[in-house]
Design a protein around this ligand. Structure first.
Ligand code: ADP
Ligand code: ZN
Length: 725
């Protein structure tokens, strides 16, 4: 190639053409540095016919500066970038940025300096120095990390370097990852598991696109089963990607993975340090043949990494909402993973006990192959689910747990068994108001109440992160000691349990308390070792965990999820409760589940109590078919926002005036979004419902192109939206 076109990471730039200097080898997918005015930019070499733009005359072309020392992005990945941008109406530049997600990785192999104790004593000892020497035995890390580890300032540590107590060591930045052994500890599979595993292993060997829906009840051993095709992929020298919905689950997974394969997988998530990101990114781009990454476990962003030789994708808990990204490029990692598998010509496994209706529909129409694990491993029974009708069995005044649930908790504590109370509300109370004047605490940046967090003594907005300390007097009427908490959050339930069962050991499990991998790991260990009697948790505890002594699950408010006007509210409630119920009775003792509800007759609740999954899915399918909702029709949302309310409203109205008309298309709006103010921006929304055969993306892009929006106005397109806020 002597002339190339670049995809840059900046959507304000047009496509750019360059010439390739003599002697420089450049192929499509190469990551290069090129001049732009007085600056230099990074770009990806792209096929010119796939990146429309004005051609620059040969005489005006400037030359590529350098090809960066990373493998070129494969054709499969380039097609995935194009598809994702097209499908989600997002700029290709933004999708490409998710691929090149570690700037540091673009520089070649390099070294860095770490520090460690030499064993010498300093001439002058201080308490700080003593503390550092004490706490840093056996550690080797950067000065910054050693400072974090020891709680001693970087200055003191540098003093110890001068004194010869700490010495520098030069290490390669990208230490190789320990290899996994596919035959390290192979479990004996049940006949049912063996059949499913065999089918998946065959698919891996076939090296062809094959989407599977692994539909197995909670506790059926889905993980053990999909470990077999992972082992096969490792044997073939190819790479595996396992997507998990939550960091807290990763810890659990890592432990099981190490037990099975004798080494940890490579992790990818947002809390990696930049050196860890770089190391993982480079290992993933090298591939196992060159000592790189074999198995990567990660959050949804791991989907866009430049795997050298991907052989299998597993999406665990594939129904989870957290696979949907709601800012930047609004994509659903579950759906994109199937597309990636298609471009890479490999199998993809969507595993779940409560598959999304869309996935079941794909299986029914023969597009996905469905594999079933209908019973729990080791003969454990699925738990019995019973409703507590709160209109008949009322909790005591000022309490939230009905007498029957309290009795069940007491019973488990007496027997030394574990209980789990589920309430999908972080904090102490969802609303705080003044008893005297009725003032309600609201977020200044969002249309949302502030949630009281008593453990950390703050009122917090769960949308923008705004926080204040609870004031001593009402900000409106000035009355002292007049604030009352309305409704329960998990902290309040934990307080109630502590009053009822003073001797119980209680753990609150939410994204506030399990906010790092270390804390999550500690929680899992304590729960497994029986050091916790009652777990009070949000949706974080509904999935993945396996605590054999847990025999009681209490759902504090089964109706909570049905309240919002969400399209998938019924399905989500069903999934959440079925998943949390699935935590009970996974060991040898049978489990019991109690649902507190005011609507035991609601179809979702009745289906749960009767254990009739098919009835629920059938009813939900019919309702969706009737409404033209996914998977039978399509939804999209357009959100128009600005810091200036009038500007946002005008832009939305103007866009509304130029709306397209078509028979198979219904456009609702503009209307203020339910979250009319979010992070200081006023928001107006259109909802679009279309038949399946409509080219929705094209219509939306053409429609948006009819308008010029002022610079303060932001347009967000959400294809297949989950959240209707
Ligand atoms: P699921 O993900 O389907 O809810 P898990 O994979 O967590 O189920 O399995 C439930 C429990 O049963 C786990 O503790 C797992 O280790 C155990 N288990 C499942 N299959 C086997 C097997 N073949 N041999 C030994 N233990 C197994
Ligand atoms: Zn807010």
């Amino acid at each position: 190639m002597n002339r190339v076109r670049l995809l840059t990471f900046n959507s304000a730039l047009p496509v750019l053409d360059y010439k390739v200097p003599d002697g420089m080898a450049v192929e499509p997918g190469a990551v290069v540095i090129a001049p732009l005015g007085p600056r230099q930019i990074t770009g990806i070499v792209w096929e010119a016919d796939r990146l429309p733009g004005e051609e620059v005359p040969a005489a005006k072309l400037r030359a590529i500066v350098e090809v960066l020392p990373v493998p070129p992005l494969s054709a499969a990945l380039r097609r995935l970038i194009e598809w994702t941008a097209d499908y989600y109406c997002a700029p290709m530049n933004s999708v490409a940025r998710m691929v090149i997600s570690s700037g540091g990785a673009l520089t070649g192999p390099t070294t860095m300096t770490e520090y460690r104790l030499t064993g010498d004593e300093p001439e002058r000892m201080t308490p700080q120095r003593l503390q550092a020497i004490d706490l840093l035995q056996g550690e080797q890390a950067t000065i910054r990390e050693l400072s974090e580890l020891s709680g001693v300032s970087e200055g003191v540590l540098r003093g110890l370097v001068s004194a010869g107590v700490i010495e520098p060591v030069t290490v390669a930045i990208d230490r190789p990852f320990e290899p996994a052994d596919p035959d390290f500890d192979v479990p004996e599979l049940s006949p049912e598991q063996r059949e499913v595993a065999g089918r998946l292993v065959d698919a891996v060997k076939a090296r062809a696109f094959a989407p599977f829906l692994l539909d197995g009840v909670t506790g059926s051993g889905k993980t053990e089963t999909y470990f077999e095709p992972i082992a096969e992929t490792i044997r073939m020298g190819r790479q595996v990607l396992v997507l998990l919905p939550e960091i807290a689950l990763t810890e659990n997974f890592l432990k099981r993975f190490e037990d099975r394969f004798g080494a940890a997988p490579v992790q990818w998530h947002s809390s990696l340090k930049s050196t860890e990101r770089r190391r993982a990114w480079r290992a993933i781009s090298q591939g196992p043949q060159n000592g790189g990454a074999q198995v990567v476990v990660g959050a949804r962003s791991a989907l866009f990494l430049p795997y050298a030789d991907l052989g299998l994708i597993v999406v665990d808990e594939a129904h989870e909402v957290s696979f949907k990204q709601d800012d930047g490029v609004r994509y659903n990692a579950r759906d994109v993973s199937v597309m990636r598998a298609r471009f890479e010509c490999i199998p993809v496994v969507l595993a779940s006990a409560t598959p999304a209706l869309e996935s079941l529909q794909m299986a029914e129409s023969g597009i996905y192959e469905k594999l079933d694990l209908p019973s729990r491993f080791g003969g454990a029974e699925l738990p019995h689910i019973d409703c507590i009708n709160l209109t008949e069995e009322q909790p005591e005044r000022g309490r939230w747990l009905a007498p029957r649930l309290v009795a069940a908790l007491e019973d488990r504590l007496a027997k030394g068994e574990q209980s789990l109370l589920f309430l999908n509300r972080r904090g102490f109370a969802p609303l705080t108001l003044c008893r005297n004047c009725g003032f309600r605490f609201q977020c200044p940046n969002c249309s949302a109440w502030l949630v009281e967090h008593r453990l950390s003594r703050r009122l917090a907005c769960h949308h923008c992160g705004h926080e204040t300390e609870p004031p001593a007097t009402c900000p409106e009427c000035g009355e002292p000691d007049c604030l009352v908490a309305c409704g329960p959050g998990v902290e309040r339930i934990a307080d109630e349990v502590a009053e009822i069962l003073p001797e119980a050991r209680i753990a609150v499990a939410t994204s506030d308390t399990l906010n790092s991998p270390e804390r999550a790991a500690q929680f899992i260990t304590e729960a497994e070792n029986g050091a916790i009697d009652v777990i009070v948790g949000t949706q974080l505890v509904t999935k993945g965990f396996h605590f054999p002594e847990l025999t009681l699950v209490g759902v504090v408010d089964a109706d909570l999820g049905l309240e919002g006007g969400d399209l998938r509210a019924g399905e989500r409630t069903y999934q959440q409760i079925a998943q949390v119920a699935g935590r009970a009775g996974r060991g040898s003792k049978p489990g019991e589940v109690l649902l507190q509800t005011r609507h035991p007759e609601a179809p979702v609740i009745a289906a749960l109590a009767e254990g009739d999954r098919d009835a629920f899915y059938e009813a939900e399918t019919e309702a969706r078919r009737h409404a033209g909702a996914p998977p039978f029709g399509r939804w999209a949302a357009i959100i128009i926002s600005s810091e200036d309310n009038a500007e946002a409203r005008q832009a939305a109205n103007r866009l509304g005036d130029s709306r397209p008309h078509a028979d198979d298309l219904m456009i609702l709006g503009p209307a203020p979004a339910p979250l009319a103010l979010l992070r200081g921006r006023y928001r107006y929304r259109f909802l679009i419902n279309a038949r399946r055969n409509v080219e929705l993306q094209r219509i939306i892009m053409d429609w948006l192109a009819t308008q010029e929006f002022p610079p303060g106005v932001r347009i967000g397109v959400d294809i297949d939206p989950y959240s209707f806020v």
